[in-house]
Design a protein around this ligand. Structure first.
Ligand code: CP
Ligand code: NVA
Length: 302
């Protein structure tokens, strides 16, 4: 079994992962030994702070180990194929966490690996992040059903796509607020719509930031330009009305929390005033990467 997209898992499976992670958080070493003698390869074609470190620490706290690999220090950087890399790593390690560019690259890796592959971010989606985020929302509000999530930023974005794959399965409402002219990823939107119809939740795209946050329980933003994209001055100007600042947070209900997957481009998509406020849960999200990924590793390799 691989962990490539949240759309491939049922609500029950995702809910079990969230609940297991909440238990693991209470006692971080409670599953020590479950990964004894096992090794994860962390194959990262892009930069990472949280994903890399949380997976390494998770492997250690489960009694296993992790090996970090980048193109600079492996034959991948000299043109060895993903298929040959997958075949080789499968003879040494028990699971592969990969951060790649095109989503097809992780599908290719999974096709040729004989061990579980976990998606540590592609241009298309970021399933481990959204599981940590849903865990964080449940931790704060005690539920996900009926929670209103407002995302401000790029509409066709890996964070949004994973939200579309999971939030409606839990009955959470999702509003995406982006500059005019942007639209949701059609595939992720269709999947999300199907889940929303089944759970009675909703998916909405708006271009009005105040309208997006006025009844939100969660105000979420991400970088306006992902790692695979080039920032531009014109692009930045188009996004400025969607900056999460004190004035915009004041339009949201006072119980609303501020979320960001990090890294935060401070002064662009969010101000210091918001990121460092008492409503901000950004470090809880970062911490919860560790707990949810342990639950994911145990489901796949345990
Ligand atoms: N949120 C996240 O995936 O962070 P990193 O890019 O630091 O891994
Ligand atoms: N959308 C961002 C997420 C980083 C965790 C990116 O892909 O760069």
């Amino acid at each position: 079994m691989h962990f490539l997209s949240l759309s491939e898992f049922s609500h029950k499976e995702l809910n079990d992962l969230v609940n297991h992670a909440l238990e693991l958080k209470k006692d971080p070493l409670s599953a020590f030994g479950a990964l004894q003698g096992k090794t994860l390869a962390l194959l990262f074609l892009k930069h990472s702070t949280r994903t890399r470190v949380s997976f390494e620490v998770a492997a250690n706290q489960l009694g296993g180990s992790a090996i970090y690999m980048s193109p600079d220090t492996s034959q991948l950087g000299r043109g060895e194929t993903i298929a040959d890399t997958a075949g080789t790593l499968s003879r040494y390690v028990d699971g592969i966490v990969a951060r790649v560019f095109e989503h097809e690259q992780i599908e290719e890796l999974a096709k040729h690996a004989t061990v579980p592959v976990i998606n540590g971010l592609t241009n298309f989606n970021h399933p481990c992040q959204i599981m940590a985020d849903l865990m964080t929302v449940k931790e704060r509000f005690g539920r996900l059903d009926g929670v209103r999530i407002a995302f401000l930023g790029a509409a066709d974005n890996n964070i949004v796509n994973s939200f579309l794959h999971a939030a409606p399965q839990f009955g959470a409402h999702l509003t995406v607020c982006s500059p005019k002219g942007q639209s949701l990823n059609p595939t992720a939107r269709a999947t999300g719509q199907r889940f929303a119809e089944a759970s009675g939740s909703s998916i909405r795209l708006t271009h009005d930031a105040v309208d997006a946050v006025k009844d939100a329980d969660v105000v979420y933003t991400d970088v306006w330009f992902s790692m695979h994209e080039q920032p531009s001055d014109e692009g930045k100007a188009a996004y400025m009305p969607y900056q999460v600042n004190g004035a915009l947070m004041a339009q949201a209900p006072s119980h609303a929390i501020f979320m960001h997957c990090m890294p935060v481009h401070r002064g662009w998509e969010a101000t210091d005033e918001v990121a460092d406020s008492s409503q901000s849960v950004i470090f809880d999200e970062a911490e919860n990467r560790l707990h949810i990924q342990k639950a994911i590793i145990l489901k796949l390799l345990g």
